[in-house]
Each structure stands twice: as structure tokens, then as C-alpha cells.
Design a protein around this ligand. Structure first.
Ligand SMILES: C[S@@+](CC[C@H](N)C(=O)[O-])C[C@H]1O[C@@H](n2cnc3c(N)ncnc32)[C@H](O)[C@@H]1O
Length: 323
């Protein structure tokens, strides 16, 4: 049974326990609350701050948004002496503003990654584009940080996301202040039936990923076209590994270095700013049978995603040399 509601329901009367935590830069997994002992009750997520290093880690897919913190504050004022309980459904603290995007959209981006990028590289009122916006995580982070989010996707999950192939963006040249993108990492997620979905193109396989990388270059070229000069973009992606069919035994897999391949493509258009390593907290990484298979098969489970940060630095000579 779930306990008291947070979020936009300040009129609750049964807050019974308060578990605020001082903000921490890094997540300490040994201090993770034990779901078995305290069902449905977990500590507040650490407050987000700008991470100072190139290793990024946060214990949850979502952060608590200012909207939620405000509603918690007003609830506390109403029940001031009463400690509080947070109500958890899966990974999300219940209540409007408590999550960004949709936790059930397979492949949704961890919102804190987008928060880090927008906090560093945009200002209030800037226009932020996500050409593969999916469940709208980028739009929600824009709401929290008072940026204007513009989202497209072939499989839009919300009315404010327009259906569009990101290889041809319906935007003017140099019209946005920042672009974030989390593209399909080859074929491991079935996003939609749309034949134009880049998630149907294999980054390994018979053509050695040519079709996938060609499609992604078209997307990157469009991102470059619509981004204002001297502004930034972020691309979040993982490499991929799969076992080759019919080849038993250790070492019989195929590694697809998607991150570095996309980085090489982006370098044709943008200037690199930095490469971030984002620690993945995918539950599957903890499955005993997955870990055993990785040890016995001598391959690696994906422990991190890249976040590539690039800048558009355009002068007349550069654009001529590319065309
Ligand atoms: C990793 S998901 C993005 C998730 C999103 N950032 C979120 O948080 O929900 C990749 C997205 O790319 C979209 N996509 C694939 N090919 C596309 C294309 N050619 N044009 C636009 N969107 C595309 C898929 O529909 C999917 O939603």
C-alpha cells in the first residue's frame, strides 16, 4: 500500500516521516535504501548541481523538479511539525513535476543528463531543440529551467512533439540555441513501425553500419544547419555489442563502436568541447545471469554512455571546405 502523496496534493494529512538528505556530488550505492525493509518509501533524490568532472553519475532516471520541491515546501508548511513520507511508484516519486519524460518509454533519456547540459550551455528563454524527442524528457527539463523546448520524433508520445523525420527539420537556418539528441543505438529497441526509424538500421551487420551512419550524418547535418553559430549541442549514445549467431564460445561477438563513429561524423561539422562518461544504472547490469554470461563469454556489459558536447564554430572557410 502506498503512503501519503507528494506533488500537487498539498492537502494530505498523513505525512509521517521525513528523509531529507544533504546534497552529494556522487551517488554512494552502499547507502541505497533497501526496498525490502522499507517498501515504497525512499529518500529524496540528491539535489542536482552542476557536475564538475567528466564522470557523471546520479542514482535515478529523474531528478526532483522545482515544481515538485515547491509543492513539498507548501505541504510542509501546512503540516509543519509532521515529518513526511514519499510515495514511490517504481522509480518515480508520485506527483506532477516529479519526473521528466516517461519512465515507461523504452529508451527514455535520464533527465539529469539534459539538466546538466542545459544548465551549462543555455540561458533562460533560449530555444532548445530535440529532433528525436520520444517521450518528451527534453521538453520537461526545459519547463523546469525556463527554456523553450522544441521537440520532433517519428513516434511522438505527446501532442506538443511534432511527427517529423529528423533528417529534414522544419526549422530555419541558425534558429535554435542548443540541440540535444539521444538517437537509436542500432536495432536493439523497436520504437515504431515507421520505416524511416533509424532504429531499424543496423550499426553492424552486412553493410558494416553504412546505412545507419549515413542516416545519422543527415541528422547531424540538419542539427548543424539549425543551430546558431557559437552555440552548443549534446549527443548521448552508447556503443553496442552482440553475440554472433551460430558462433558459440568466448570472444564470438561483434563490437559496434557507435560512440566514436558518431563523434568522427560530428567532428566534420562541429568543434569538440568535451566527452563525458555517464554511469548507467540499468537494473540488467546487476542480473547475476547477465554478469555470469559476460564473464564466461569474455565480453563486457555496457557500463556507461557517452555524452559528446560539441560547438558550432563556423567561419566562411569551414563551410566551404565541407560542401
Ligand atoms: C533513444 S529514443 C529518444 C528518447 C527521448 N530522448 C526520451 O527521453 O523519451 C530515440 C528516438 O528516436 C526516434 N527516431 C528514430 N528515427 C527517427 C527519425 N528518422 N526521425 C525522428 N525521430 C526518430 C525514435 O522514435 C525514438 O523515440
Amino acid at each position: 500500500m502506498l503512503a501519503a502523496r507528494c506533488g500537487h496534493e498539498p492537502a494530505v494529512s498523513s505525512y509521517t516521516r521525513c528523509v531529507p538528505r544533504p546534497p552529494r556530488d556522487r551517488f554512494d550505492s552502499s547507502r541505497r535504501p533497501d526496498r525490502g525493509e522499507t517498501p515504497f518509501v525512499r529518500e529524496l533524490r540528491p539535489q542536482l548541481r552542476i557536475f564538475p568532472t567528466t564522470l557523471w553519475e546520479y542514482p535515478s532516471q529523474h531528478y526532483d523538479s522545482p515544481a515538485m520541491r515547491e509543492s513539498q515546501k507548501s505541504a510542509r508548511r501546512e503540516h509543519d511539525a509532521q515529518p513526511r513520507v514519499l510515495e514511490i511508484e517504481g522509480d518515480a516519486v508520485v506527483g506532477a513535476g516529479s519526473m521528466q519524460g516517461e519512465k515507461d518509454y523504452v529508451g527514455a533519456t535520464p533527465s539529469w543528463i539534459i539538466w546538466q547540459l542545459l544548465s551549462r550551455y543555455t540561458r533562460e528563454g533560449d530555444t532548445v531543440l530535440d529532433p528525436m524527442c520520444g517521450s518528451g524528457t527534453t521538453l520537461d527539463v526545459c519547463r523546469d529551467l525556463t527554456r523553450t523546448g522544441v521537440g520532433f520524433d517519428l513516434n511522438p508520445q505527446r501532442p506538443e512533439i511534432k511527427r517529423n523525420d529528423s533528417r529534414a527539420l522544419p526549422l530555419k537556418n541558425e534558429s535554435v540555441d542548443f540541440v540535444f539528441i539521444d538517437p537509436p543505438y542500432s536495432t536493439h529497441v523497436e520504437y515504431s513501425d515507421d520505416d524511416r526509424c533509424i532504429g531499424k538500421l543496423d550499426s553492424g551487420g552486412a553493410d558494416h553500419g553504412k546505412a545507419y551512419y549515413r542516416a545519422m550524418e543527415e541528422v547531424i547535418r540538419e542539427m548543424h544547419r539549425v543551430l546558431k553559430n557559437r552555440r552548443y549541442m549534446g549527443l548521448y549514445v552508447s556503443d553496442s555489442w552482440r553475440k554472433r549467431k551460430g558462433e558459440p564460445g568466448a570472444g564470438s561477438g561483434e563490437f559496434m563502436p557507435i560512440g566514436f563513429e558518431l563523434f568522427a561524423i560530428m567532428r566534420k561539422y562541429f568543434t569538440p568541447v568535451d566527452i563525458i562518461c555517464c554511469v548507467r544504472h540499468n537494473k540488467k547490469l546487476e542480473y547475476g545471469n547477465w554478469r555470469k554470461a559476460a564473464e564466461e563469454g569474455n565480453f563486457f556489459l555496457r557500463g556507461f554512455n557517452y555524452c559528446f558536447i560539441m560547438k558550432k564554430v563556423e567561419d566562411a572557410n569551414e563551410s566551404k571546405s565541407r560542401s
